[in-house]
Design a protein around this ligand. Sequence first.
Ligand SMILES: *Cc1c(COP(=O)(O)O)cnc(C)c1O
Length: 384
Amino acid sequence: MSSKSWSPRSLAAQAMGKIDPLTKAVVPPIHVATTYIRDEDNGYSSGFIYGRPDNETVHEAQAVLAMLEEAKAGALLFGSGMAAATSVFQALAPGDHVVASKVMYWALRAWLLNEATRWGLTIDFVETDDLAALKAAVKPGVTKLVWVETPSNPLWTITDIAAAAEIAHKAGARLAVDSTCASPVHTRPLTLGADIVMHAATKVLNGHSDVVAGALCAREDDAFWNRIKTVRKGQGGILGPFEAYLLMRGMRTLHLRQERQSASAMALAERLSAHPLVARVLYPGLPQHPGHDIAARQMENGFGYMLSVQVTGGETAAVKTAAHVELYKRATSLGGVESLIEHRASIEGAGSPCPTDLLRLSTGIEDLEDLYADLDQALRAGHR
Ligand SMILES: *Cc1c(COP(=O)(O)O)cnc(C)c1O
């Protein structure tokens, strides 16, 4: 059997099976050097020159992610999800037009509005789950990038990646997908027609809430991908070697964690739908979710680890419910092995599409009965 036929789960479990040639260690060493010896003819035969453009531990983690995303052109790791995402926009030229999802990671939306526009990009936000609206928003020849997040924070709206890619490509634009909340276990956007995939690797890829990291993967090794490489090198956006090592260690158990987390999220979504103090559950795995049919087509192995609930009793009951959790941790972020709860509207502030009665739940790997019991007692306490 050639190594090509091992499954992604097997390859990820062994971080591509690389053995250290010096010691035969099954875990590769962490390469910390910032500089490399020049050859006598002044060349760099190892390919490594300096720590800002490149690092072997970063290469090794990138290889795992590129394999998981089926990224023919490879992956690039960055110091955060935001560093990865903003590099895509910085690779565009002044005057370029961008269409982006209205419902998306709040800090990126704020950056696009407040910073990207200062560099001459024009940006329209549309409901990208509405393909007619997306089609109407792209301007052939002017729009250079369509940016979608699916499932998208914190309503878990689903955008049809294949259809969005077709619309973008017809207009001469690229499609980039923030796939943080799907992860390659559930969706591989490049195989559906997307050009770039972005991950906040801080979240489920690392999975242990102890690394801030970001990633981009690409289908084509073209001029745009090379622009992105130039941006990372020039701005010093590369991930540090220790973080790259931790991320690689996290990705070894990605499939196990994801399957458990999404199975628990599905069970919680179903049980909370029947809870008397819950008005509505937002989760793409539920048949009544507006994006369910598309999610069922473009996601596999479940529908992800993120869900939101809208409680009866409005904002006061929502904040009070979050105040009463005991096992869930009241914190921002998502994708870790510990379950988190957050009242998003108080973080996102004015202009947020997030309802004030909404609590966002990141599902960890704890005992499902404990998670449900904790939410049940918190909901009761929150409505007293
Ligand atoms: C967290 C997150 C980001 C930003 O990632 P950082 O590592 O915090 O910079 C971007 N998109 C989504 C969907 C996220 O959840």
